[in-house]
Design a binder for this molecule. Structure first.
Ligand code: PBG
Length: 320
């Protein structure tokens, strides 16, 4: 037989030699939830192994992650005080701003991505300002821009806007530039679907909408062309990195964005993806380490340059 593909599969060494896709800890971004208080390390029921950390505990977790080889984190603030305008999102002493300052002060060479949204900070749980039951676009932009500047002032290295208002990248870019932060990149959650896979995150961040849902601003899971349009608009407005979210159910979208645009592509393996793997692993139905590595490799193979994943530290420990 002339063709025997098995020739290249006969040992671990030769398999490694011909491997097309690699996964390295440098490509992973570890999402963390920070809450008020001291000494708090509260496990999130629907995300076993993930916690709400108070700032002091957060710093320790970031150190642990760094020792495992994880260099980048993304912080989500869970404030005690929520109001209609999400004012803690852009407060100088907001939970996220204080957390960013503490991490940048205490841990060397860690890259901090700041998620930029209002839903964790509003009492109604929506990602923008509400009037007559509607999420208003343009008034929300102003608040996102203020949030971005306050996050940059706190020391954030990258701003990652995730609320899906039209024009959010332009608004944030011009506010950052005006405040002297023209060197801070924007990682846009450009292609973000209205997904059931965010369920556990909403428990973690206590950000479930109190009425309605997010389908009026996040994308319809059925659409891919619309995702490319979103990505294109964000690039025109100055996005430096494009994100697709969730990841594994949207590998075709990651591939399409990768092929169309020449900027780095990020993918977010979201809370529901994490929870499904964890739950099945806890039941003994799948081999966790193997499935985690396979899922992340699949996301890389689809075209993601970097992945936001709650498994970041576990994976980094397991990768040689
Ligand atoms: C904030 C935000 C969400 C996630 C990341 N940023 C929640 C949402 O849009 O409802 C979800 C992340 C996850 O599920 O892990 N807007």
């Amino acid at each position: 037989m002339i063709n025997r593909p098995r020739r290249l599969r006969s040992s671990a060494t030769i398999r490694a030699l011909v491997r097309e896709t690699r996964l390295s800890p440098e490509q992973l971004i570890y999402p963390l939830f920070v809450c008020e208080g001291e000494g708090v390390r509260r496990e999130i029921a629907s995300m076993p192994g993930c916690f709400n950390f108070s700032i002091d505990k957060l710093v320790g977790e970031v150190q642990r992650a760094k020792e495992a080889g994880i260099r980048s984190i993304v912080v989500f603030g869970v404030p005690d005080l929520k109001d209609a305008e999400g004012s803690q999102a852009y407060a100088e002493d907001g939970i996220t701003q204080r957390a960013i300052r503490a991490v940048k002060r205490e841990v060397r060479d860690v890259l901090v991505v700041a998620d930029n949204c209002l839903c964790e900070y509003t009492d109604h749980g929506h990602c923008g300002v509400i009037k007559d039951g509607e999420v208003l676009n343009d008034p929300s932009l102003e608040l996102l821009a203020r949030t971005a500047v306050s996050q940059a002032e706190a020391g954030a290295d990258i701003i990652a806007p995730s609320n899906m208002m039209d024009g959010f990248v332009a608004a944030i870019r011009s506010a950052l530039d005006a405040a002297g932060f023209n060197q801070i990149p924007i990682m846009s959650y450009a292609v973000k679907y209205a997904s059931g896979f965010y369920g556990p995150f909403r428990e973690a961040a206590q950000s479930t909408p109190q009425f309605g849902d997010r389908r009026g601003y996040q994308m319809d899971p059925a659409n891919v062309r619309e995702g490319l349009k979103e990505a294109e608009l964000d690039l025109e407005q100055g996005a430096d990195i494009l994100m697709v979210k969730p990841a594994m159910p949207y590998l075709d979208v990651i591939r399409a964005v990768r092929e169309r645009f020449d900027v780095p592509v990020a993918a977010y393996q979201v809370s529901g993806e994490y929870a499904m793997i964890k739950a099945a692993a806890i039941k003994g139905w799948i081999d966790e380490a193997r499935v985690v590595a396979e899922s992340l490799t699949a996301i890389r193979r689809a075209g993601a340059d970097m992945i936001l994943t709650y498994f970041a530290v576990d994976v980094a420990k397991g990768i040689d």
